[in-house]
Ligand binder design. Structure first.
Ligand SMILES: NC(=O)c1ccc[n+]([C@@H]2O[C@H](COP(=O)([O-])OP(=O)(O)OC[C@H]3O[C@@H](n4cnc5c(N)ncnc54)[C@H](OP(=O)(O)O)[C@@H]3O)[C@@H](O)[C@H]2O)c1
Length: 478
């Protein structure tokens, strides 16, 4: 039997420290040997929650199955782990000390197959691992990550285009993860609005931000999805801090009414995530007469974000706007008059790419315009992720790329990180992939002219001016 014991003190509340450690599927962020982890059981974390943790052992890995066997919120937690080689009991005790938290961590390993006789040979290595793990936990809880920056290898991958595009796959996510720092900030006082929250990336984002304690306003189109969305959220958090808003975001009248409701509620917004979207292979117009890709993917987030500006602006802590765009936009250049495609020349992926390019440029414009209001605005693209949207709009693409697609949580990771990480508000007006600012132009020929750029918001406002609700509100336009 080997007993390891380490102690650290961190300037965080016991509640934060406890919650971060209890979230054992994030153990790979700080433990010296853990490479991956996942929650096996359903429901919020508590007594009986099970996890699988993959740990490095020399040149190979082993899988350890853990269960929480004692759970005393904010005070102590005990986990029992089992694998082929040993059983381990981790006891972690949290105590308040002068506005800091003292963490005492004890791990008792009991070896199988007579391996106990060899303990003396690996005792030193185990002790070293224990020290490194607790140092990792201390760093994670101190949460002092540097502002996001682009890796030199990403710059050269993007310069060669094809290697940059290869990073859209799950391998890109894996590669990125090797460089990430832990995210231990909780979102208890944060109000986050997410559009398209019932499916794919929006759902993965909502679940993760609910787990982090955020108060959520989730915008969905179909009221029939409300029940299933609420029960999925109940599986990750016991707290009920969710408001559901129903709106068809391809209709500006509905976007307008939604923003009126949110403004009347008056609750400040800390993070707005413009995620709702779809790729339409065939041409159709909305009841308001707009081509639907343009309406849903560009005009709608433009109106929503602009109208919600009063709830985002002027807070002590910066508000964040996160626009979900797409790697597809790398193929298109912003030309305002081409944003609305005509029926006879319609091409779904192109209309989609143009609208996402427009939203990327709008991100940069808002970032500059709203910096004085303490609003940071960034765009992200998720790479290629296996979601219901991809399955229905791009079935052949899905079939071909199935083995390299990210899962929804991997695709949503950068949205979650931009919303949650303390350091993510240190940059504004950037396009992110896998937590790194990346170039908005893979091809030089897709760089828009300064005239098109400065024309974009005028062009979008002009489209809105044709609508009834806009009359009288024109002078408020940002
Ligand atoms: N998955 C990828 O590989 C990928 C790549 C690049 C960019 N993206 C972008 O990521 C975002 C999320 O897409 P996803 O892949 O997660 O697709 P998804 O599973 O289809 O989710 C899209 C969400 O948008 C909602 N939505 C669509 N039209 C709407 C409307 N008119 N009004 C209100 N909500 C509407 C959908 O609601 P319903 O369920 O009611 O339809 C759904 O909640 C989109 O902006 C997409 O363009 C995804």
């Amino acid at each position: 039997m080997i007993t390891l014991h380490e102690e650290i003190t961190v300037a965080r509340s016991a509640k934060d420290c406890f919650r971060y450690v209890a979230d054992f599927d994030r153990v790979y962020e700080w433990d010296a040997t853990a490479r991956d982890a996942r929650k096996l059981s359903e429901g919020p974390i508590g007594l009986g929650t099970r996890f699988e943790v993959t740990c490095a052992v020399g040149p190979t890995t082993i899988s350890i199955e853990y269960e929480i066997v004692d759970y005393q919120p904010w005070h102590s937690i005990e986990l029992r782990g089992e694998c082929k080689l040993f059983t381990v009991t981790d006891t972690i005790v949290f105590s308040d000390r002068d506005e800091k938290t003292h963490i005492s961590y004890t791990a008792v390993f009991d070896y199988r197959w007579g391996l106990g006789r060899l303990e003396k040979y690996f005792l030193k290595g185990m002790q070293q691992m224990g020290r490194e793990s607790l140092a990792g936990l201390q760093r994670a809880l101190e949460d002092r990550a540097l502002p996001p920056a682009t890796l030199a290898s990403s710059l050269s991958a993007d310069a060669w285009v094809a290697p940059g595009v290869a990073m859209f796959t799950r391998w890109g996510y894996r590669r990125g993860r090797a460089f990430w720092t832990p995210t231990s900030r909780f979102l208890d006082q944060q109000h986050i609005v997410i559009t398209g929250a019932n499916s794919g990336l929006g759902l993965a984002t909502a679940l993760e931000l609910a787990r982090a304690g955020a108060e959520l306003t989730l915008v969905i189109r179909n009221p029939e999805n409300e029940g299933s969305l609420r029960s999925l959220l109940q599986q990750v958090t016991e707290e009920d801090k969710v408001t559901i808003e129903i709106a068809d975001l391809s209709l500006m009248g509905e976007v307008h009414l939604l923003t009126e409701r949110l403004l009347a509620r008056g609750k400040k917004i800390d993070v707005l995530i413009n995620n709702a979207g779809a790729l339409f292979n065939s041409y159709a117009e909305t009841d308001e007469g707009f081509e639907r890709s343009f309406a849903l993917l560009l005009l709608s987030p433009f109106l929503l974000t602009r109208n919600l500006h009063p709830l985002l602006a002027g807070h002590q802590q910066s508000a964040r706007v996160i626009n979900v765009v797409s790697g597809g936009m790398y193929t298109e250049k912003l030309v305002c008059k081409r944003l609305i495609m005509k029926p006879d020349r319609y091409n779904g992926p192109r209309a989609y790419a143009r609208a996402k390019r427009g939203l990327t440029v709008m991100t940069e414009l808002w970032a500059a315009q709203w910096a004085q209001d303490n609003i940071v605005v960034n765009a992200m693209h998720p790479g290629w992720a296996d979601t219901p949207g991809v399955a229905s709009a791009l079935p052949t693409f899905k079939k071909i790329t199935q083995r390299v697609l990210r899962n929804p949580a991997e695709g949503a990771d950068t949205i979650i990180w931009l919303a949650r990480a303390r350091e993510a508000d240190q940059v504004t007006g950037k396009l992110f992939l896998d937590r790194e600012p990346r170039t908005p132009y893979l091809l030089k020929k897709t760089k828009e002219s300064p005239a098109e750029r400065s024309q974009l918001s005028v062009f979008l406002k002009h489209q809105l001016d044709t609508l009834e609700f806009a009359t009288g509100a024109k002078e408020d336009a940002a």
